[in-house]
Design a protein around this ligand. Structure first.
Ligand code: SF4
Length: 474
């Protein structure tokens, strides 16, 4: 039995250098496995030599267990204590990241404003129905920021179809507005307003003042926003200095998009495995063995990119506001599967402009008032989401969407299955209000209105109804 300690790598960083080296080298070997054509074959033929050729001395069996499905299956039932230390430590490192993401969805990204909180929660539930497992990787951040209008990189696969770079926001001109926007965002949404990023349909390092904007962000929220850059090697010294400062202030995971094999080699040449332990490398070039583009945005329009097959394609991870400082605009959006109606995998609910801090405040507040409701009023016409099917079951009713989603409501809260079914019947025509349904069922079946309202609230919270603004004109 191997007796070794499991320590944290991200937050806090263990001081054990050998531990860090081991995890960082496994990470690098896996990057080669997923991105370097021919690495897999060479490694399987001569594991130690192939790792050594890349400057790695980590246990080859550990890499094999983590990378190769067949080997992983062989060791599936091995007691954890008998696995190589690098396997257990790398898995623990991954669990740290997964746990952090789960905390973001359930805790850090939950806005303090009740209406925004309820709307976001309904969108998350809608996404479970519409996107299935894809929703697991979406944090539904309620507020994010763009410092430029457009992006200089122009990736042919860009899932959100970022336009070409047209304008950048300069710190010397807009520092006061920026600080005011952050402060008001925090006042309105709480700390959740600081869980987003300072890029979305933009490349963060396009902005020459990115670091100065982020310093203010840290001042207001006490966190450094995650950086995802496709131009990590445009000025490697800038990237290194940024990462050094960012990780010193706040340890979290950042990401480099790897757009070519040449870029992967440059990144691996310039940064040691240990330096990149908190930086995920995203394979985004056609030759990378495990590359798949989300079938959204420009990738969807392109005939020759290797895109994912399933629907539910989106890279949007925001259910809330995108504040663009260069254009002076606010967009309210939430993810959906990319389609003709929503090619970028986003439902853009609205977009409005502001000119100064006062108008930013009124735009934000008026969007919340107009589009977000803590709960639907009883005189709101109710429409079930057309993409979701439903049926009666012995125990009550269930809603489903292809094989991805099945949500059962059972008569286990002292309400009879028949009442769930009666409520569903009343909803099928669409457009009846909660008051209408309660009154009709009281007359027809002697049901208590309070019970009917209770069931309707359950359906509403599950995101099964169109939002009031989606019902307009129906
Ligand atoms: S994927 Fe990112 S870097 Fe590439 S064009 Fe879109 S926003 Fe720019």
């Amino acid at each position: 039995m191997n007796d070794f300690e499991i320590k944290t790598v991200i937050n806090p960083l263990t001081a054990d250098r050998e531990y860090i080296r081991e995890v960082a080298e496994v990470k690098r070997a896996l990057e080669l496995w997923t991105m370097e054509p021919g690495f897999r074959e060479a490694f399987l033929a001569a594991p130690e030599d192939t790792l050594a050729a890349h400057g790695l001395s980590v246990d080859a069996l550990a890499v094999k267990i983590l990378a190769d499905h067949e080997t992983a299956m062989k060791y599936q039932k091995t007691p954890p204590g008998e696995l190589p230390s690098a396997v257990r430590r790398y898995r623990a490192f991954n669990q740290e990241k997964v746990a952090d993401r789960a905390r973001m969805v359930k805790e850090y990204c939950v806005p303090k404003h009740p209406a925004v909180r309820a709307w976001r929660s309904r969108q998350i539930n809608r996404c479970w129905a519409e996107l299935g497992a894809r929703n697991r990787s979406l944090i539904h951040v309620p507020m994010t920021y763009e410092l430029d209008l457009g992006c200089s990189v122009g990736c042919p696969f860009c899932g959100i179809m970022a336009p070409r770079l047209q304008k950048v926001c300069r710190y010397d001109e807009d520092a006061a507005l920026w600080k005011g926007v952050l402060a008001f965002a925090k006042e309105t949404l709480g700390d959740a307003a600081g869980q987003g990023t300072c890029y979305y349909a933009t490349e963060p390092l396009d902005n020459p003042d990115y670091e100065r904007f982020v310093d203010d962000y840290f001042e207001v929220f006490g966190v450094v926003p995650q950086l995802t850059t496709a131009v990590s090697m445009r000025k490697p010294e800038r990237t290194r200095a940024y990462l050094d400062a960012a990780l010193k202030n706040c340890r979290r995971v950042h990401r480099f998009s790897v757009l070519s094999l040449e870029l992967l080699h440059k990144i691996h040449d310039i940064f040691t495995p240990e330096e990149l332990i908190c930086v995920e490398l995203l394979p985004q070039f056609a030759e990378a063995p495990q590359n798949r583009f989300a079938n959204a945005g420009r990738a969807r329009q392109s005939g020759n990119l290797h895109v994912g097959e399933e629907d539910g394609n989106t890279i949007a991870c925001i259910s809330g506001f995108v504040v663009n400082m260069a254009e002076r605009s606010v967009r309210l959006l939430t993810p959906c599967g990319a389609s003709e109606a929503h090619p970028t995998g986003e439902i853009i609910v609205t977009k409005e402009s502001f000119s100064d801090l006062d108008s930013f405040k009124s735009v934000l507040i008026s969007m919340i008032d107009r589009y977000m409701q803590t709960e639907f009023p009883n005189d709101q016409p109710l429409f079930l989401r057309p993409a979701i099917s439903f049926q009666k079951t012995e125990e009550g009713v269930e809603f489903f969407h292809s094989e991805k989603f099945r949500l059962k409501f059972r008569g286990e809260d002292d309400l009879s299955p028949a009442l769930y079914q009666d409520v569903l019947d009343k909803l099928q025509t669409g457009g009846k209000t909660a008051d209408d349904i309660a009154e009709e069922l009281m007359e027809e079946t002697d049901s208590f209105p309070a019970h009917v309202f209770f069931i309707l609230k359950k359906f509403e919270k599950a995101g099964l109804f169109l939002e009031p603004y989606e019902c307009e004109g129906r």
